[in-house]
Design a protein around this ligand. Structure first.
Ligand SMILES: Cc1ncc(COP(=O)(O)O)c(C=O)c1O
Length: 280
């Protein structure tokens, strides 16, 4: 089940050919996107997602995404969704056609959540650490690298996931060459120590996560300590839990890292899920 809405306020057939072959989103991955979780017809963290779409577009020197048109497209998708109670809603905004007048291409696409994601939510997963070749300070020093933008250029992220599969795992924790934790290819890393949640700072060149922000908000309200600070890879083994979080996967437990079993964090997962759901 998929529902597609365009920025002109019309629905379109997701099976039909709609994107020109000279669209720069297709030719160069030149554009930005968001993936939003919708539960029972309600998009979660819609404003933070739209704000991040704006920030990503600004980092790529693209025109500001037309918010009212995206909001209308979102409503159109949700109003026409007849599938399961949860869906993944993708917003895409590309630089438009090569040599054209600069009008971006944009759409909202609702789709069912992949069974693999649902399974990982329930069972947890094995991850490997992979060097991302990013050093502290690089994001600020080299803004053209677009670190921290949610651009359509995710080929590296997908390659990392294939490398994880080759190593017998299904997810990745990217690190700096110096052994500092960054993020997953499509997720934020969160470590738990006692009643403290820790995530690495966005200044390292990672995407500020809307799920992490929602979880930290809820946790703080319920008396947890939340910290945004560098995490050394070695700290992951001694922590009470390591979790990968993102809009569609919600909170996923990492049970094995680089082939080593981590402490059982199933009870912690239930607690974090409770915190996160209390936001909605
Ligand atoms: C690189 C990266 N980091 C983190 C996240 C998590 O972001 P959010 O919680 O807003 O979905 C994503 C989401 O897909 C991502 O692609």
């Amino acid at each position: 089940m998929r529902v597609l809405a365009l920025l002109d306020g019309t629905l379109a057939d997701p099976e039909s050919s709609l994107i020109r072959i000279d669209d720069l989103g297709l030719l160069r991955g030149d554009g930005v996107f968001e993936t939003i979780l919708v539960v029972d017809g309600k998009p979660r963290e819609l404003t933070p997602h739209l704000d991040r779409l704006d920030r990503s577009a600004a980092m790529l020197d693209m025109p500001t995404p037309p918010r009212a048109a995206f909001e209308r497209a979102v409503e159109l998708v949700l109003g026409n969704w007849t599938g399961s109670s949860e869906l993944a809603l993708k917003l895409v905004y590309t630089r438009g056609v090569e040599g054209g007048d600069g009008t971006p291409t944009g759409f909202a696409l609702g789709a069912a959540i992949a069974p693999k994601v649902l399974q990982q939510r329930a069972d947890g997963l094995a991850a490997v650490t992979l060097d991302r070749g990013i050093e502290p300070g690089l994001a600020e020093r080299a803004p053209w690298l677009l670190l921290g933008a949610k651009s359509l250029s995710y080929a590296v992220n997908m390659a990392a996931l294939r490398e994880a599969e080759r190593r017998g795992a299904s997810e990745v924790v990217f690190t700096t060459s110096g052994g500092s934790v960054l993020e997953g290819p499509t997720s934020t890393a969160i470590l738990v120590r006692g009643r403290t949640l820790v995530t690495p700072p966005a200044a390292l060149g990672i995407l500020p996560g809307t799920t992490q922000a929602a979880l930290f908000r809820a946790a703080e309200r319920q008396g947890w300590t939340v910290r945004v600070e560098p995490i050394a890879v070695d700290d992951l083994y001694s922590a009470d839990g390591l979790f990968l979080v993102s809009s569609v996967r919600k909170i996923t437990r990492v049970h094995t890292l680089d082939g080593k079993q981590l402490p059982d964090s199933s009870a912690l997962l239930s607690e974090l899920q409770g915190l996160y759901e209390s936001e909605y």
